[in-house]
Design a protein around this ligand. Structure first.
Ligand SMILES: Cc1ncc(COP(=O)(O)O)c(C=O)c1O
Length: 401
């Protein structure tokens, strides 16, 4: 019996169980761990740098507005006050902004409007694996492209395109890449846009870490906001909190109607209430967002340094560790080829520190991700990070003994 001839309920069960489980974010996040385990697992912002008091005040103001517009339906594209704030920050017309329920939702919308069943999609290698989950629904095929210290490898991509590859879309994280931490420089961004326009694919530029830059300069312009071939995806997750489930798309004019049409057949719009609170927060005190970011950047910069220094101290010579210029992760590489990275993760867990193995992230062969560890430092105190490094050092000793 094929899927088509199954009764409806069985068909649904068969489809859901056909999803390959779980692509990344599976084993470490689910397995048993010590009660005192230090978790360096997710890119989670520190609660202390989120503007909780200001959100509470904004909520009270929103709920005292006559007629309670925040508790009513609103437009599919998002409420005007929030779209206007985002458009001004992105430097694009309001008509190109659609508010989403966070970055992953933005990715899902981008995939669903662009990728047909069986289409080829060029992707980061290694990759943020949730993208692959989203792509699974559209049965897209992947074309891995190496990601390095300067983001996605434009030369490799160019070679693949010249060789005849014809992707419908390309997925990349351009700033403080998850997991490798590289950023694509301005010239690389321009070239990527040129390639997309020449070969006719759509770039999904997924940019949740852009605002968390703590060293170096941002590109002086953003080519991703000025092409008919780019969907620029962003979120308030890393800056105001993932629980808000609020993000946005900067869309080419030509794609906005498709995304709005799709959305109006799904959830209609993001929560009016959450949008209204965040718009109130951002517009009532125009400096608040940047002050919030400054606090966050200072915290993450010193955590990144503390963790990198502690690893050098506790496991001298064992890793190549670079302090990234932003974001929420360290991506140290094991130098000694005789160290078994899987066993190290298991020993680290026994010592009481949990992290994502680099082996979770590859989207194809040809990367050394399996020799890396992804260590998230966003929501862990300096003391705990120092202790985590000591535990990692002890885990390493187990193999060296
Ligand atoms: C690269 C990347 N894209 C998208 C997301 C998802 O963001 P959101 O929580 O807003 O859905 C994350 C979150 O960790 C991420 O790292």
């Amino acid at each position: 019996m094929t899927l088509d001839t199954l009764p409806a309920l069985d068909r649904r069960t068969a489809l859901v169980s056909a999803f390959t489980a779980p692509k990344g974010f599976g084993d470490q996040t689910l397995r048993e761990r010590r009660a005192d385990a230090i978790e360096l697992l997710g890119g989670i912002p520190d609660p202390a740098v989120l503007p909780a008091r200001e959100l509470a005040e904004a909520t009270a103001r929103v709920l005292s507005q006559p007629g309670l517009p925040a508790l009513q339906y609103s437009r599919t594209e998002g409420i005007p006050a929030l779209r206007e704030w985002i458009a001004a920050r992105e430097g694009v017309p309001v008509s190109r902004i659609v508010v989403t329920n966070g970055g992953f939702h933005g990715l899902a919308l981008a995939i669903q409007t662009t990728v047909e069943r069986g289409d080829l999609v060029a992707v980061d290698n290694p990759i943020f694996p949730l993208f692959l989950r989203g792509l699974e629904l559209s049965a897209g095929r992947t074309l891995p492209v190496r990601v390095g210290a300067h983001g996605i490898d434009i030369e490799e991509l160019s070679g693949l395109l010249k060789g005849g590859a014809r992707p419908a879309a390309l997925y990349t994280v351009p700033d403080f890449h998850n997991p490798t931490q590289g950023s694509l420089p301005l010239e690389g961004r321009r070239e990527l846009v040129r390639l997309a326009e020449h070969y006719g694919f759509v770039v999904f530029a997924d940019n949740p870490y852009r605002e968390l830059r703590f060293s170096g300069r941002a590109p002086k312009e953003e080519p991703f906001n000025h092409s008919e071939r780019v969907i620029h995806i962003n979120t308030f997750t890393k800056t105001l909190g993932p629980g808000l489930r609020l993000g946005w798309l900067v869309l080419p004019e030509s794609l906005t109607p498709d995304i709005v049409a799709l959305r109006s057949r799904q959830d209609s719009h993001s929560s009016t209430f959450v949008q209204a609170v965040v718009a109130e927060l951002l517009t009532q005190d125009p400096g608040l967002f940047d002050r919030t970011l400054d606090r966050a950047r200072a915290t993450y910069a010193s955590r990144a340094r503390t963790l990198a220094e502690a690893i050098d101290r506790e496991a001298p010579g064992a890793f190549d560790v670079e302090v990234p210029g932003g974001g929420l992760f360290l991506w140290p590489r094991l130098r000694d080829a005789s160290v078994d990275a899987d066993r190290l993760a298991a020993d680290a867990s026994a010592e009481g520190v949990e992290y994502q193995r680099g082996a979770f992230f590859p989207s194809g062969p040809g990367t050394d991700a399996a020799r890396h560890l992804r260590l998230a430092f966003g929501d862990t105190s300096q003391d705990q990070l120092t202790e985590a490094a000591a535990r990692l050092g002890r885990a390493l000793q187990r193999q060296r003994a």
